[in-house]
Design a protein around this ligand. Structure first.
Ligand code: ZN
Length: 282
């Protein structure tokens, strides 16, 4: 098992390609991957030759979401924290652990990545589920292959969406409710109609299309790109993204705490297998 290196890094001219590399687990995101992604992004930001960053997933699927059941699940491990000044969640109980951990590795990290001062492009094929959405949404552009699909099924756990709650801004409030209430898959074409995806291309030309797009962006001046990205992000925050996400994070943790109080665990007894089985039944 190549678990030591959950993320690959490669520079192709002005483009850094950051690839999640746990294809046997549909690139399920454990904390080892989170911190490896962060290190890769940091490296790309620090390299003046890099103008654009592409986030990719090895294999058939972009990301199955957070790791809630692979052998490499590392929820009880400590890591050197990068996104927040919260205490280490390890050794803490209940909300004091859960809130600190999710503030750091989910909301904190995705916000940090959204603010990378270089354009980022998510290159999405196959599944982009729950926590996978957070990785794609924190990028500036999303290019999907025609076989890509998107879903946030965590309402099945009694939880109102993933931690990085950008749904109403990504697809509009009306459809965000349907997306969450049903938890069903939305295909790439529909995701584009909703404004969640920039372009849909054939699976076989996905990489070539993304690299060509990245090359065109890379011809722009670096500081101009950084300021433009910040301009749009600031406006999105003026439209309530940041404050909305903060308030919903409280509801998210109310749901985790409710689950832990009345049931077996904070995920309402669901794991990767039960979530997948439920999803394939619908
Ligand atoms: Zn959570």
């Amino acid at each position: 098992m190549s678990e030591e290196q959950p993320v690959r890094y490669e520079r192709r001219g002005p483009i850094a390609v950051v690839t999640m590399d746990r294809p046997d687990y549909r690139n399920a995101q454990n904390s080892a991957m989170t911190y490896a992604l962060d290190a890769a992004y940091y490296r790309a930001v620090d390299d003046d030759k890099v103008k654009v960053i592409v986030l990719a997933g090895e294999g058939k699927h972009f990301s199955a979401g957070h790791d809630i059941g692979t052998p490499g699940r590392d929820i009880d491990q400590s890591f050197e924290r990068k996104a927040t000044l919260w205490w280490d969640h390890v050794g803490k109980e209940g909300g004091a652990s859960r809130y600190a951990r999710e503030s750091e590795v989910y909301v904190g990290m995705c916000r940090r990545w959204r603010e990378i001062p270089k354009p980022t492009i998510a290159m999405v094929q196959g599944a982009c589920i729950a926590g996978g959405l957070m990785l794609a949404w924190s990028c500036d552009l999303v290019v999907a292959s025609d076989d890509a699909f998107f879903a946030d099924p965590v309402v099945r756990m009694g939880i109102p969406g993933v931690e990085y709650f950008a749904h109403p801004w990504q697809m509009g409030p009306r459809f965000a409710k349907e997306f969450l209430f049903l938890g069903e898959r939305v295909d790439a074409a529909r995701a584009r109609e909703l404004g969640m995806v920039n372009r849909v291309v054939p699976r076989e030309s996905l990489e070539a299309e993304v690299m060509s797009l990245a090359d065109k962006i890379a011809a722009m001046p670096a500081f101009g790109l950084a300021l433009t990205k910040k301009a749009v992000n600031q406006c999105e925050d003026q439209m309530g993204l940041r404050d909305g996400m903060d308030s919903v994070f409280g509801l998210h943790h109310l749901a985790h705490a409710h689950n832990a109080e009345v049931g077996a665990d904070s995920l309402a007894g669901q794991d990767a297998r039960s979530m997948r089985d439920a999803a394939t039944k619908t």
